[in-house]
Design a protein. Structure first.
Length: 297
């Protein structure tokens, strides 16, 4: 066993396999609660990371994700959800996952040590000065992820790092380091549990705040979602109806006429022409609240 906090064998769980089912599940649930508490303790650094990423995005930069094993899959999930939830273009969200596509079927554990593959993955990402990278590692010492971050830093890429060991080298390489104090796992070294939950929670917090600061949330609703299927189009129509007071049939028609784009559909439902709606949104950087205020004047 290593002496890292995420890998340490906890004495209180030394005979966990002999416990009753209810006791084991209670211990697991307690660990998950500790993971969420770790994110609450990291709110300051998560907020700083969101500010950095918002600035990068507003300047036209890209935000890459990097990781290996469970951490890499958690990072990939966040990157995949942002285009649907907030309409962020997928080509501005490259992901470097150890093992590449093969790891989506069977995690390639050897790839976590492959520095050459990390450098190739960074080159393929196209990240450069003015961009940012979110690097995720439970230990904060994964060779693949560290190599990616070092290559990124050398090219002027800003780094946000998430790790669960206070002295992790990954955190030392970042402009903003997010330390998640998840402690040892109930099953020693199984960092898909407490550490994995904390990483997912932290990324949820980070990307949600990013979406809000990019003006893609209005009245608590996702007004920049990509309405690409029947379910999402109905959700989008409901958003338009709630935001404007029109009925659902009218909301559906405004959405259709706006080519399934929720923000201009909302402005059209409030009386703007399609041309005016698009122009006002561009003028106000996609901020729907400010765009509505223009019409109110």
């Amino acid at each position: 066993m290593t002496d890292s906090e995420t890998e340490r064998r906890a004495a209180q769980f030394a005979d966990v396999e002999t416990w009753a089912d209810e006791a084991i599940l209670t211990a697991i649930a307690d660990g998950q609660a500790l993971a969420v508490a770790a994110c609450q303790a990291a709110i300051g650094s998560i907020g700083a990371a969101a500010r950095l990423l918002t600035e990068v995005w507003h300047r036209g930069g890209r935000i890459g994700y990097a990781g290996a094993g469970s951490s890499g899959l958690i990072a990939l999930l966040d990157a995949l959800e942002l285009p649907v939830t907030y309409g962020l273009p997928a080509d501005r969200l490259p992901v470097a996952l150890a093992g590449g596509q093969a790891s989506l079927r069977i995690l390639d554990q050897e790839s976590e040590d492959d520095v050459a593959a990390a450098l190739a993955a960074f080159a393929e990402s196209g990240l450069a000065q003015g961009d940012a990278m979110i690097a995720v590692s439970a230990s904060g010492a994964t060779p693949f992820t560290l190599a990616l971050v070092k290559a990124a830093r050398a090219r002027g890429v800003s780094i946000v790092a998430i790790a669960c060991n206070r002295d992790a080298p990954l955190l030392a390489l970042a402009e903003v380091g997010i330390f998640l104090a998840t402690g040892p796992e109930i099953v020693a070294g199984s960092t898909r549990m407490n550490a994995g939950t904390a990483q997912k929670c932290a990324l949820n917090m980070l990307s949600t705040l990013l979406g809000i600061r990019l003006h893609h949330v209005f009245q608590g609703m996702m007004v920049n979602l990509r309405a690409e299927n029947a379910k999402l189009r109905e959700r989008a129509a409901g958003i338009i109806a709630t935001a404007t007071g029109v009925d659902l049939p009218a909301a559906r028609e405004h959405l259709r006429q706006a080519d399934w784009d929720v923000k201009p559909a909302i402005l059209a439902a409030l009386g703007m022409s399609p041309h005016q709606a698009k122009a006002v949104l561009v003028q106000h950087d996609g901020d729907l609240r400010r765009s509505i205020a223009v019409d109110a004047r």
